[in-house]
Design a protein around this ligand. Structure first.
Ligand code: MN
Length: 275
């Protein structure tokens, strides 16, 4: 974890203590579900080393949001689906995950250094709206789905496109193209109670001041509510899950030295420099 990823120590400790307390209570009342990976009793567990948690800052709150899973939807804008070679009218939504420690927290008003990853010669940006959940469930109906959303953020689904494509052509998992260190830069969370939900609004991305992606959230094939509903049919969702909701068309490459600036109406801009 880079220093930029670390929330203030106090908030981090408080959240960790709360989580540990919640897990202890869960263990005591026997909430372990058979077949599921049950959270360990953190208070009692003795470990040979510490694994840091991953947190997102919450604007207007001293609390930090603990990230449980990062889900991403693929090809959720028709024009982007076409540029990736699929038919947006027939394809059901599909999802992949990034590891939680792929998060790179980017503070508002800063240009964060973002490392160009290993193994790729075609490193792509994808600007996306991110929904953060504080409730979960299975088979969540669309009309109840937005009740699960706690906050939203602006994020980048950074992609080693050459590896993603090569693996896809070989019918291998394209995880190496999507799920790697620092591949999820993200701005701070804005709570629904402060900012509302996002069903429309301009979304754009510039590289070195030139507009590359420019669309409207209303052009999503599957709305955030529909994404949550569909995803909850595949996996039970839990508080702490975040969902990258897909990118518009005109994805493209960056090289070292490029500065990416992203925007979604109502959210502060997100900027990173590729180093
Ligand atoms: Mn994406």
């Amino acid at each position: 974890m880079t220093p930029a990823q670390r929330p203030p120590l106090q908030a981090s400790r408080r959240t960790a203590l709360q989580s540990a307390a919640a897990m202890t209570v869960g263990a005591a009342v026997g909430t372990i579900t058979s077949g599921c990976a049950a959270p360990g009793d953190m208070a009692a567990a003795k470990t040979p080393f510490a694994v840091p948690g991953v947190f997102l800052p919450i604007v207007g709150s001293s609390l930090s949001f603990p990230v449980r899973r990062i889900y991403c939807i693929g090809r959720n804008y028709a024009a982007h689906a076409r540029e990736m070679g699929s038919d947006p009218t027939r394809e059901p939504p599909f999802f992949f995950q990034k590891p939680t420690d792929a998060i790179q927290n980017v503070a508002v008003g800063t240009v964060a250094d973002h490392p160009y990853p290993t193994l790729t010669k075609n490193y792509h940006y994808e600007v996306e709206l991110v929904a953060a959940l504080d409730q979960g469930g299975k088979d969540i109906p669309v009309e109840k789905a937005l009740d699960c959303v706690y906050a939203y953020a602006l994020g980048l689904d950074m992609t080693r496109r050459d590896l993603q494509r090569a693996m896809g052509e070989e019918k291998k998992p394209w995880e190496i193209g999507k799920s790697f260190d620092h591949s999820a830069p993200i701005g701070p969370l804005h709570r629904v109670r402060d900012i509302g939900h996002f069903t429309k609004g301009n979304i754009w991305l510039k590289v070195n001041g030139t507009v590359k992606q420019n669309s409207d959230l209303a052009n999503m094939i599957w709305s955030v509510a529909e994404q949550i509903s569909k995803l909850s049919q595949a996996n039970e969702l839990f508080p702490g899950d975040i969902i990258y909701s897909g990118t518009p068309e005109n994805v493209g490459p960056v090289v070292r030295g490029d500065v990416i600036e992203c925007h979604i109406d109502k959210l502060p801009r997100l900027s990173v420099k590729i180093v």
